[in-house]
Design a protein around this ligand. Structure first.
Ligand SMILES: Cc1ncc(C[n+]2csc(CCOP(=O)(O)OP(=O)(O)O)c2C)c(N)n1
Length: 351
């Protein structure tokens, strides 16, 4: 039996589950991510998107269960598979969709694309194409939050592949030493690109944190209640000055590493259809829907209404993105490069 965040066993996390209104928000958050990702899957297959997308289908419970404890003032860093984190953290679905479609109306004016959706005003410090890069950004944000002293928390989402980057050790070390308000959330979806985790990742990932005496939990990442409980405990600890925590959420990537991976792999296969099917049986949304419906607190009709509302929002976001203006390449000069600091240039000229 698990006894808390510092417990070393895997499985259901103890304690009360989310109250009914929170449970419905968790459900809606997961459904929004799912419908957005399904639409992107279809539009990618139809050749409508300008670049690659890495989809989060099957992993929705992690982003939803963690971000439910955050406000727009808190920080989150994300990965190349970042749409779910952006949406769960309260990012605007229209602006994200337009960004992925490379339109000027996008959240980064169409210059960032799928792997760089960010909204600093909501504490969404960005998806990131560099594996592991969010670890140091989140730790830096947590350091800033600690200096500000106003209770903000930083969450870092990263994958099992990223857990082998040296920067994890650096950030586990400093965040423990300085008692920073940061929560490390490893989404162990079983693969690093086309390589099964077992071939490149030694030991239990959560043990990396335990080596620094950091409280660490291993949870069922397809059980949103389990994630929500563990994240609640970790975020409360961080906000209360208790320092960092680590959560390893075991989940599975249903889609390819990126859409259209088949064109790269040819006939090469790195996993069996049976394995994917087995994980589909543990779908986080279907599981939570059935838990909610059987609790009697909510009817199937209520859940259907949520689904329909989300479908409309996603259709609206796609229409908005399609109707947008193409990104303006000239923006690269103003958006990607900071203006030269006048004083510095003067000094350089004099040197
Ligand atoms: C520093 C760096 N090294 C390698 C890559 C190439 N790369 C892109 S995604 C990926 C796998 C990442 O796996 P994981 O962290 O488990 O995330 P997942 O894709 O499973 O969500 C790799 C190696 C990269 N983008 N950045």
């Amino acid at each position: 039996m698990t006894t808390g965040l510092s417990d070393t066993s895997t499985g259901s996390h103890p304690g009360a589950g989310p109250p009914p209104a929170e449970a419905l928000r968790l459900y809606e958050s997961m459904v929004l991510i799912r419908y957005v990702e399904e639409r992107l899957r279809d539009d990618s297959a139809a050749g409508k998107l300008p670049g690659a997308v890495h989809l989060y289908i099957g992993e929705e419970a992690v982003a939803a269960g963690v971000c439910a404890h955050l406000s727009a003032r808190d920080y989150a860093t994300s990965t190349h598979r970042g749409h779910g984190h952006f949406l769960a953290k309260g990012g605007d679905v229209r602006a994200m969709m337009a960004e992925i479609w490379a339109k000027r109306e996008g959240i980064c004016q169409g210059m960032g694309g799928s792997m760089h959706v960010a909204d600093i005003s909501r504490g969404i410090l960005g998806a990131n194409g560099i594996v592991g890069a969010g670890l140091s950004i989140a730790t830096g944000a947590a350091f800033g939050a600690k200096l500000d002293g106003d209770g903000k928390v930083a969450v870092c989402f990263f994958g099992d592949g990223a857990s082998n980057q040296g920067v994890l050790m650096e950030t586990l070390n400093l965040s423990t030493l300085w008692r920073l308000p940061v929560v490390f959330v490893c989404e162990n979806n079983g693969f690093s690109e086309f390589t099964p985790a077992a071939e490149v990742t030694a030991g239990r990932i959560a043990d990396r944190a335990r080596a620094f005496s950091m409280p660490a939990a291993e949870v069922d990442g397809n059980d949103v209640t389990d994630v929500w409980r563990a994240a609640g405990e970790a975020v409360r600890r961080a906000r209360g000055g208790g320092g960092p925590s680590f959560i390893e959420a075991r989940t599975y990537r249903i889609q390819g590493h990126f859409e259209a991976e088949a064109f790269v792999l040819g006939t090469g296969r790195y996993r069996d259809a049976d394995e994917i099917e087995a994980w589909r049986q543990s779908d986080p949304i279907a599981r939570f829907r059935s838990t909610l419906a059987s609790s009697g607190a909510v009817s199937e009709a209520d859940l259907d209404r949520i689904d329909a509302g989300v479908r409309d929002r996603v259709a609206d976001a796609v229409a908005y993105a399609e109707a947008g203006q193409p990104a303006d390449p000239a923006l690269a000069e103003t958006l990607m490069f900071a203006p030269e600091p006048a004083g510095l240039c003067q000094q350089e000229r004099e040197a």
